[in-house]
Design a protein around this ligand. Structure first.
Ligand SMILES: NC(=O)c1ccc[n+]([C@@H]2O[C@H](COP(=O)([O-])OP(=O)(O)OC[C@H]3O[C@@H](n4cnc5c(N)ncnc54)[C@H](OP(=O)(O)O)[C@@H]3O)[C@@H](O)[C@H]2O)c1
Length: 295
């Protein structure tokens, strides 16, 4: 039986999806997070990786608070760069074990108009994006023959509050909500991302991968689709980014081209609205929406 160690598996949005998918596929699964000790204490990390002796280490830990990172770049850099760098060094020292690490569409400046491929040059415009880029580069430099880095985006899914949950919850309290229309990206279901991750890990695929559902959307379109599927009644008022000032700069257009992943899987990842339907209609529904007759 293959064995996985999942950093962030107990609490993270993606980490929990990985636990679910790996267990369903018969993997032996162990999680590691701050409830077990300080993952930034690299001798502790080394001893845990050594003891786990996992075939694959999935790193779903990250400093994901994009705006907070602007004021706390040392913490963002520790989690997003130093941690994956340490994981890659430790696995290289151990001589076995594959590393699957995650990055983001925010490594791109977002000034273009066509979907971004793995070959496109990254130009992060935020501390979060810069530290994530440094992390992915460290992994691919230190452990090129036994690592894969998956850039993903705009995650929704069970287990941790995300944009879709926030919108549906807001609709229960208000008649109208303001949502930004001039940022366009690749909404992605954490459970689908976990499936692709395991498929790549099982083949020990290496290198950089854009791992997102197909299609593209603005935050406004994602909100409207979520509201429709959740049978909520609420008006969405499109606003531009200037009307919703945020500390960190966000890319205007950061749709990721998933052709490389499609070729690997032998099929295109399903479109995000189909995945969103699965999320909203599924058994993973948060209790506040479970009461509603959605089916
Ligand atoms: N969410 C998105 O839309 C998105 C988009 C693009 C890329 N990504 C990338 O995908 C990966 C997973 O993201 P996610 O959305 O699943 O993140 P998440 O839900 O915010 O989970 C982050 C995980 O990191 C852990 N963590 C944070 N600070 C820690 C610390 N100091 N020590 C130990 N653990 C710590 C969290 O633990 P606690 O629960 O204890 O805080 C949690 O398990 C990240 O690499 C992220 O950059 C996410």
């Amino acid at each position: 039986m293959a064995k996985a160690l999942i950093l962030g598996g107990a609490t993270g949005l993606l980490g929990q999806a990985l636990v679910h998918v790996l267990m369903a596929r018969g993997w032996q699964v162990e999680t590691l997070g701050r409830q077990d000790g300080n993952v930034l204490d690299f001798s502790f990390l080394q001893s845990r990786l050594h003891a786990a002796n996992a075939d694959v280490v999935f790193n779903a830990v990250g400093y994901t608070a994009v705006d907070a990172a602007e004021d706390d770049s040392p913490s963002a850099r520790e989690l997003n760069r130093a941690l994956p760098d340490a994981l890659a060094h430790i696995l290289r020292g151990l001589g076995n074990g594959h590393l699957v690490h995650y990055s983001t569409d925010f490594v791109f400046s977002g000034h273009g108009e066509t979907p971004l491929t793995e070959e496109d040059e990254a130009h992060p415009q935020s501390v979060y994006g810069s530290t994530k880029l440094e992390g992915e580069q460290a992994v691919l430099r230190v452990l090129p023959e036994r690592s894969s880095v998956l850039r993903t985006a705009w995650l929704f899914g069970p287990g941790r509050k995300n944009f879709v949950d926030t919108i549906v919850a807001a609709c229960e309290k208000r008649d109208a909500i303001n949502v930004v229309y001039d940022q366009v990206g690749s909404p992605t279901y954490s459970m689908d991302l976990a499936q692709w991750s395991v498929a790549l890990a099982e083949k020990q695929a290496t290198g950089l991968w854009h791992a997102v559902n197909s299609g593209q959307a603005s935050w406004c379109e994602l909100a409207c689709e979520s509201i429709t599927l959740a049978a909520a009644s609420c008006r969405v008022v499109p606003i531009d980014s200037a009307q919703w000032p945020q500390k960190a700069h966000r890319p205007t257009f950061s749709v990721l081209d998933n052709s490389k992943l499609s070729a690997f899987l032998g099929k295109k990842p399903r479109p995000w609205p189909q995945a969103l339907r699965d999320y909203i209609y599924s058994d993973y529904l948060p209790t506040h929406r479970k009461d509603k007759d959605l089916h």
